[in-house]
Design a protein around this ligand. Sequence first.
Ligand SMILES: [Zn+2]
Length: 397
Amino acid sequence: MDSPVSTQPKLLSQLNERAVLRVLQANGPSSRAEVTRLAGVTRPTVSKAVASLLKSGLLEEFDAPENGRGRPARKLRLGGATSQVIGLVIDSPTCRIVTAGLDGSLRPQTQREFDTPDIYEELVATVIDHIAALSSDDTITTLGAGISLPGLFDYREGRSILSPNVPVTNDRCLAHDIAEQLGLECAVLQESDALCLAERHFGLAADLGDFAMLDASTGIGLGVLINGRLLKGSSGLAGEIGHLPIVPDGIKCGCGRSGCLETVASDTALARLVSHRVGQDLDIEQIVELVQAGELTVTAELEQVSQQLVFALVTTVNLFNPQRLFVHSRMFDLDDTLLGRLIERTESISLAPSFRDCRIERARGSKREGAIAGIIEHLTDSRVSSARPPFQNETQT
Ligand SMILES: [Zn+2]
């Protein structure tokens, strides 16, 4: 019964399984007939691929009501009830971890948070403890973990190079170390790229092939999607707009230089200014809470930071000519008029034709959604195989 083991049939079944998964990712729950038509392969091929994917937990079959006729039809969807993926966001001062179905449905009730440790081994051990706790239900198979990482990240080596805000990861291969200890598939994404994927899978960029994501939260990063592909640069370092030097003799940046854009135009920059004025260390979350409760006003600081942020917006519009420019920041929660003012100022100093073609919006996606989207893309695109157990180690992307 077993077919002889050889490379080519294995590769073929992987490609067929990938085609089935892509159809379900793009079209949502579908019948076998619909999958067959959309994947452009034969029915027996689809049956074989589906059987293997059902067995591995990547797919589920369920009864869906047929359009008004009351007769349920068997449909396929990406695994949700019996399998899960994990999304991990490494950030400062807090890391977050959450589970989701393979269809991307987040389970917010599973979210856990922990203070970012200063010691690398402690960070790995803490992450592993949380993943183990989130995987303790024997009826649910954990298929992999996606990790959003701040700072400069070398995708070729899977190594963090320089993380000004979370230096504990510098020169470390976090995804590899977690994968090795847990025997779990891991995919890692630089956080701006994670936000791009989040916007595409969960936010406003589902149909966009060209867009940019400016992350002005902890630091300042830029993710750019061109023709549907993330711009990475030769070693994955593209988009480090946050370290453009714009303030001569400015304050020291985590990258080692001074006066970088992210020291004056991010959520962290705002928090620093406000903390200085009130004489108390406040992070952006606390500031948002206080402002929304009417206990603090930050008008002057917000004005100062947003003037600098405009420089990042103009640079992005002029350099990349995106269809859409998303901005990720908690500063929008401090003032409803902020986005409008940023757009107006950007229009007044960017290249007119580039601005005309670009809509600037607040990002909807989050880094945890990006981490989830990253591992789902990784699992459904690069390693689908009926020949291997779901937990087998593999080099992360
Ligand atoms: Zn810097």
